[in-house]
Design a protein around this ligand. Structure first.
Ligand code: UDP
Ligand code: MG
Length: 318
């Protein structure tokens, strides 16, 4: 019998816990002869009843575990707590808000049995998401794919089944500034996509606002590729070449016609333009430097307040 871990990062999702568990059990029931499932909720510092709801559910059901993180670390870190907990044969990560239909797990497992090690679900349509979010995320993936050597798959979220091998590989990557979608691609392994229809969130509000999406985008680019550094060098080279040509032109003009105070506007333009380019480049370098600074601290990714492990708990009782 193969063990599968279903890992669910949850931040203020108390209303979704019961419906989600119900939806997951309709799937696990169908497979219970061949697989055993453990359903792990990772509470990411929720301020609502998420923990007590999960514990209430765990009283009646044998397959529920809980990791309660010491504060809100963000979804990426919460997911890595699930990777660390993993000792199974495969794991499925799924959102708590029922935007990821659990029914797709059936197909994921089928493909996993065929030898695929990373079965990821791709959104067909993003129901209930704003036009702005859809377009900006599309643009972001296009830019990221152009800039990096490893392609990032658009519309593939974190809803996926990972084989043991992939999770072991991911656990070796301990960077604190995590862009997990990039990491999945970086580690490689046999990947295949399945499609699903994204549903609108069942209860509660999305935790992403425009600011946090921009932050994730910057994180995605700077922790995944050094292309912006190359780009700023490229622009610096072009601009200084142009400036050099202009310098020769001014020099010759002055030698032939003598100096005059006209030319002040063009001087200002060149100065301001170069100043702007320099500030942008310094900003890009600063972004990477900040990243290096954060990584040199070598802090652990997260701290755990409490764990409720269904396997251990069962052993204690017996
Ligand atoms: N989440 C989390 N920590 C956070 C924000 C979100 O663990 O700081 C979880 C959240 O509970 C949900 C998943 O990550 O299970 C996706 O979050 P959300 O639905 O807000 O994102 P969206 O689907 O809008 O991208
Ligand atoms: Mg969601």
């Amino acid at each position: 019998m193969k063990n599968i871990l279903i890992s669910i990062p949850a931040y203020n999702e108390s209303e979704n816990i019961f419906p989600l568990y119900e939806a997951i059990t309709t799937v696990t029931e169908q497979l219970k002869n061949d697989y055993s499932f453990e359903i792990l909720f990772i509470n990411d510092g929720s301020t609502d009843e998420t923990v007590s709801t999960v514990l209430k559910l765990a009283e009646k059901n044998q397959d529920i575990s809980l990791i309660d993180l010491s504060r809100n670390y963000g979804k990426e870190i919460a997911m890595s707590a699930g990777f660390d907990y993993f000792t199974h044969d495969a794991m499925v990560t799924i959102d708590a808000d029922l935007q990821h239909p659990p029914l797709a797990i059936l197909e994921m497992i089928k493909l996993w049995e065929l030898g695929y090690e990373d079965v990821y679900a791709q959104r067909n349509a993003r129901k209930g998401e704003s036009w702005l979010k859809k377009t900006t995320s599309k643009m972001f993936y296009r830019v990221l794919s152009k800039m990096s050597d490893v392609s990032v798959l658009p519309d593939a979220g974190d809803y996926r089944l990972l084989d043991k091998k992939v999770v072991v590989a991911l656990n070796k990557l301990r960077e604190t500034q995590r862009y997990t979608k990039g990491l999945y691609n970086w580690v490689g392994f046999k990947k295949i996509a399945i499609e699903f229809d994204a549903e609108p969130r069942l209860h509660g509000e999305t935790k992403w606002n425009f600011g946090s999406l921009v932050k994730l985008a910057v994180e995605g680019i700077t922790s995944y590729t050094t292309a912006p550094l190359k780009l700023s060098m490229f622009f610096g080279f072009i601009i200084s070449s142009l400036a050099f040509i202009y310098m020769i032109y001014v020099l010759i003009k002055t030698m032939i016609y003598g100096a005059d105070t006209s030319g002040f506007p063009s001087l200002m333009i060149v100065m301001l333009f170069l100043g702007g380019c320099q500030l942008i480049s310094i900003g890009i370098i600063g972004e990477y430097l900040g990243r290096i600074f954060m990584e040199t601290k070598q802090r652990p990714l997260y701290f755990i307040e409490d764990t409720y492990d269904c396997k251990k708990d069962k052993n204690n009782k017996s």
